[in-house]
Write a protein that binds this ligand. Sequence first.
Ligand SMILES: Cc1cc2nc3c(=O)[nH]c(=O)nc-3n(C[C@H](O)[C@H](O)[C@H](O)COP(=O)(O)O)c2cc1C
Ligand code: SF4
Length: 435
Amino acid sequence: MASYEPILLRNRGVEGSRTLKVYESRGGYQAVRKALKMTPEAVVEEVKKANLRGRGGAGFPAGMKWSFLPKDRKVTYLCVNGDESEPPTFSNRVLMEHDPHQLIEGVIIAAYAVQAQVAYIYLRVEFHEPFHILQRAVDEAYAKGYLGRKVFGSDFSVDVYVHRGAGAYVCGEETGLIESLEGKRGWPRIKPPFPAIEGLFRKPTIVNNVETLCNVPHIIERGASWFTGVGPSHSTGPKLFCVSGPVKRPGCYEWSMDITVKELIEDPRFGGGMRDGKKVKCVLPGGISMGALSASELHMKMDFEDPRKFGLLGLGTAAAVVLDESIDIRIVLRNLARFYAMESCGQCTQCREGTSWMHKIAERIARGAGRLEDLDLILQTARNMGMMPGLSICGLPDGATYPIETVVKKFRGELEERIRAQFPEKTEVSLAVVG
Ligand SMILES: Cc1cc2nc3c(=O)[nH]c(=O)nc-3n(C[C@H](O)[C@H](O)[C@H](O)COP(=O)(O)O)c2cc1C
Ligand code: SF4
């Protein structure tokens, strides 16, 4: 693998990296000064040219999203999605904890580009540390005149608030997040209208992920052509990858998007290989919602295009969960199904009932009471819900379908074998005691 210069994580491990003083001494807040001398349209154009695709899961181009805002709008909001609700994703947390001013600089530039008067940084309720770190950084930026009225002595003003939700997976979905910010139950809204037209408080709103916005200062400072030179042409720019599970070095790493899942697991600069000489059985490479890879598919590239070739929904949050050969695949199936059944907000019948049926079937299989026909039944249930067939308000059921479908299809042999053998998973006794 070629070498790579860390950009997003360049300040991680530097003493005092959370302070404005250290951030600025390492070149921080230069990009925003440059951006404020450009027109907002020129900033949007530069981000478009960079082809910065959203890092929150869907990979939608940020510059294009920004240009969907109505031209005649008076009020605009920017919402920063720091809910990071996708299991086992923690890259946003690393960015906020180690380099909060990088995010704040990205927020100011994005707010200027879309002419937002107010930006909300929305965090999941469990993010106590990031909340306090970010709040301290926001206070520092206000004290220096980098936030508030006429930032950096320009004519542009923006207020930034750090807000914590009450904790639900759907609060990471952009319209669920908006409802939650408005103080309501975090129920996703029917789209259209999309937030760019009618979002927070029914005003034009841009929602972007933390990592997406952390890339923006670097695009402005180094230029779009630098950004498009990092990684493949369809998946440009620096990217964070999480690795968890029984690898020697679980963690959050930065590289370009030409890295493969195998390199992420085995390279000594990343996962460093499997612990105790165990073999990989299965990897969920994009958070859990994108689907599963078998051990023969680890050559998949962690970019925005390759995952589709392996039957996955997309790159997702680029957080790989590695499962080793000792794992009973029935438990994987059951745990995945249980997560979506618990997190479905219940507004849409297909999602509410479908996730719950999938959970019941997976639970039955895990308890050793499954039937062979359950495998087709669970596949049929998975296919009949979601935004893709046009039956739901948000993408949660699509995110539920892919892991279930790929686990059943790619590990069918083992599932059938275990169903035939009809022996319960080892944890059943303790579960029965708890339940
Ligand atoms: C159920 C569900 C949960 C989501 N959770 C998150 C999340 O925690 N963080 C995030 O940035 N995007 C999440 N998204 C995607 C957001 O709806 C939205 O696409 C994203 O915040 C846009 O930012 P980006 O364009 O910068 O990626 C979720 C989507 C769904 C359907
Ligand atoms: S699809 Fe599911 S999670 Fe999304 S709004 Fe409908 S019921 Fe809620």
